[in-house]
Design a binder for this molecule. Structure first.
Ligand code: ZN
Length: 404
């Protein structure tokens, strides 16, 4: 019963294989800190939290790194609107983000790294790409030359012709429309000194610089929302592989599906977002976690209040069953039966579903049935059996973060 993970790069479920010491190095794209995070972010970060918890449950040792995008056009624009210092503003939203994650029980990230504190690493990578002939400087910045990287389009499954239709970063000084920026020249505002004058890094190089400084030229998992596949992650692969010549840059690419509201994705720009902190006023973290776990992480999900209420009711029932099991008076040892065989089967059923690319909806059904069964069997079990089954239930529910 081996863990299988859907890899966006190969577009299939693959057996999850890492080095024999079971070390897993995972990088997940962090937030751009220019506003409060919303339930779309919650969905992604809860998915990777659950993935990390499950891998630890299986005995993997995970190093989980996340960047904080505090250097970005959106941060600069918002700061200009508010007449604030961009990094100061970013810091406030970073604090709010970390608070929201803490309250959701998203606790598995080992290290956060801010883009603003990794600028020398980015400059080193851009310099390296120019030296390799993969990037060029113009009067507006430094650009990655996509024609020099034939595998561009591999992750998003786009042909050269299709890519030519995508106009990225309109700028007349680029050699080709699909070239993307590694460094942008800015005399004023949020800017650092570089071999190309003052400026700031492009978004894509922030993540390769941060992740490769920690994990080396290649690593195990890179995650993020599916909307980041193109151009962000496609560009990351191009940068890393053009720089090191090592393929693949990342072995498993894992992407979460969009959260939609009334047919459109939840986003700040569409004005349909629900902040995590507002949702946490009406629902507990375990209720929100149950709700998101009830849809597979890769499927697009339509947000609905009725769905949330349904999840809340199911969790209530699960906890009620657990409590009634725990409260049942154990029978004396001499009269106790052995653990009913069926109660021993839930753990393997749970693992079987989770091993199938983290099928949390099916795993949740197993937990619900397990809790029902425990409530029924409680009065027939001795203390030792009860303690053991309670421990099993807690560790499985803990993978999904359902018990506060
Ligand atoms: Zn990223």
């Amino acid at each position: 019963m081996q863990l299988k993970v859907y890899n966006s790069l190969t577009r299939r479920k693959e057996p999850f294989r890492v080095s024999p010491d079971r070390q897993v190095r995972m990088f997940v794209c962090g937030p751009t800190v220019y506003d409060y995070v919303h339930l779309g972010h919650a969905r992604t970060y809860l998915a990777f939290d659950m993935i990390t918890r499950y891998m630890k449950f299986l005995g993997y040792k995970i190093q989980y790194l996340m960047n904080i995008t505090d250097v970005a056009e959106r941060v600069v624009q918002r700061a200009e609107q508010l007449k604030r210092d961009p990094l100061e503003l970013a810091r406030e939203y970073e604090v709010a983000f970390l608070e929201d994650m803490q309250r959701l029980g998203v606790t598995q990230v080992d290290r956060f790294e801010r883009a603003s504190e990794a600028i020398p690493k980015m400059i080193a990578q851009v310099t390296g790409l120019i030296d390799k002939g993969a990037a060029y400087e113009t009067e507006t910045g430094v650009y990655f030359e996509v024609d020099k990287f034939p595998r561009f389009g591999q992750l998003s499954g786009q042909s050269h012709e299709e890519l030519g239709l995508r106009r990225l970063e309109l700028c007349s000084s680029k050699r080709n429309p699909e070239d993307f920026s590694l460094w942008r020249k800015y005399e004023k505002g949020l800017a650092w000194d570089s071999p190309w004058g003052r400026g700031r890094p492009g978004w894509h190089i922030e993540d390769t610089a941060i992740s490769m400084a920690q994990f080396g030229d290649t690593y195990d998992i890179h995650g993020g929302a599916s909307e980041l596949i193109f151009p962000h992650h496609e560009a990351e692969i191009a940068q890393a592989e053009a720089l090191t010549g090592k393929i693949p840059f990342v072995r498993y690419w894992i992407h979460t599906g969009l959260l939609n509201v009334e047919g459109r994705k939840m986003s700040k720009s569409l004005g349909n977002m629900i902040r995590i902190r507002d949702a946490l006023r009406d629902y507990t973290a375990p209720e929100l976690r149950f709700y998101f776990a009830s849809i597979h992480y890769r499927q697009p999900m339509v947000f609905s209040k009725s769905g949330l209420i349904k999840a809340k009711r199911k969790l209530d029932r699960l906890l009620k069953n657990l409590n009634s099991f725990l409260d049942a008076k154990p029978v004396a040892d001499s009269k106790a039966r052995n653990t009913p065989v069926r109660l021993g089967r839930y753990e393997s059923a749970f693992k079987q579903h989770m091993n199938n690319d983290f099928d949390t909806p099916a795993a949740l059904s197993v937990l619900e049935a397990f809790a029902d069964d425990l409530a029924r069997a409680g009065p027939t079990l001795n203390q030792q059996t009860k303690t053991r089954l309670a421990g099993t239930f807690r560790s499985l529910a803990g993978v999904l973060g359902l018990l506060s």
